[in-house]
Design a protein around this ligand. Structure first.
Ligand SMILES: NC(=O)c1ccc[n+]([C@@H]2O[C@H](COP(=O)([O-])OP(=O)(O)OC[C@H]3O[C@@H](n4cnc5c(N)ncnc54)[C@H](OP(=O)(O)O)[C@@H]3O)[C@@H](O)[C@H]2O)c1
Length: 277
């Protein structure tokens, strides 16, 4: 009997991640679902027959424990959907003393993915790392000498946009570095989604709860569609390094997302900050 494919989804307890988990549930797939809240992830795990794990990405130690737990459940990971995230107030700092958008949206996923590299490389038909980015990348600016917003003023929208820009740059870093292991990576903007997004920020939460935003926004079911389609497509070399705006390859990107020196510099700095390099 062929081994089951394994799909790992972070941010699977709510919003588009939970919709994707329910849509991808299948007897031939081992689903490993990650959330911050134990009760919420237990409910999605029960609905899908998946394994529910918890980690707060504001703690890198919890991400390390999570990687060990995933490795304990799966000899190979076919798809890793790095979807956990949100928009956070720049203060207070995380347990690891980082700006929260930088850590929760970028560093934590960077660490988890690196810790799972062997498991990804072990996937029989290649593996896909899919990163949920955002059109907000256009408002970002990566400054390698100030990744933690200590010199610049930390406006929340810029911190968020920068972290989502980093998701695209990380995607390109994987595409460059891990192709020989059969690991491909893509990034996707799901659209403006009426999810729980913004709940960790007073200002953004308010915007997301206005009647106008409800009219402009799509449902989590719609928002999850491109994630589901890409996860089902799997390790297709044609998607390697591609940023999708929903289904459209080549979404609008910040100029920095194409800068090879910056992509490398971000990778090396992230490596050092999470203690890998
Ligand atoms: N909504 C939009 O308009 C929009 C647009 C572009 C991109 N995105 C991106 O889409 C992704 C999913 O967002 P969503 O709209 O589905 O929002 P959501 O409903 O708020 O879901 C966010 C998910 O991320 C998890 N999460 C949040 N903070 C976490 C932390 N500190 N540690 C671990 N997990 C954490 C949540 O876990 P708990 O439920 O357990 O707290 C939840 O499962 C995010 O990366 C977001 O940046 C969203």
């Amino acid at each position: 009997m062929p081994a089951k494919r394994t799909i790992v989804i972070t941010g699977a307890s709510d919003g588009i991640g939970a919709v994707a988990a329910r849509a991808l549930a299948d007897p031939d797939i081992q689903l490993i679902l990650v959330g911050r809240s134990a009760d919420k992830i237990a409910a999605v795990a029960a609905d899908t027959g998946g394994i529910g794990l918890t980690a707060d990405f504001a703690s890198l130690d919890q991400v390390r424990e999570l990687a060990d737990q995933i490795a304990g459940h799966a000899g190979a990971v076919d798809v890793l959907l790095n979807n956990a995230g949100g928009t956070f107030e720049p203060e207070p700092r995380t347990a690891d003393d980082h700006e929260p958008n930088f850590q929760i949206n970028h560093l934590a996923g960077f660490l988890l993915t690196n810790l799972l590299r062997e498991r990804l490389a072990a996937a029989g038909d290649g593996a896909l790392v899919l990163n949920t980015a955002s059109a907000g990348n256009l408002f970002g600016r990566v400054d390698l000498s100030d990744l933690d917003w200590e010199r610049r003023r930390a406006f929340q929208s810029r911190c968020y946009g920068t972290s989502k820009l980093m998701n695209i740059m990380f995607t390109r870093g994987i595409a460059e570095r891990w192709a020989d292991d059969g690991i491909v990576s893509a990034a996707v903007h799901p659209g403006l989604v009426a999810s729980q997004f913004g709940r960790d920020s007073a200002a953004v939460g308010l915007i997301y709860r206005t009647p106008l935003s409800k009219v402009a926004a799509i449902t989590p079911e719609k928002g999850a569609e491109p994630l589901i389609a890409l996860a089902q497509r799997g390790a297709d070399p044609d998607v390697n390094g591609v940023y999708f705006s929903r289904f459209r390859a080549g979404g609008r990107e910040n100029r920095q997302a194409h800068d090879p020196a910056l992509i490398d510099g971000l990778w090396e700095a992230s490596d050092r900050l999470v203690g890998l390099g």
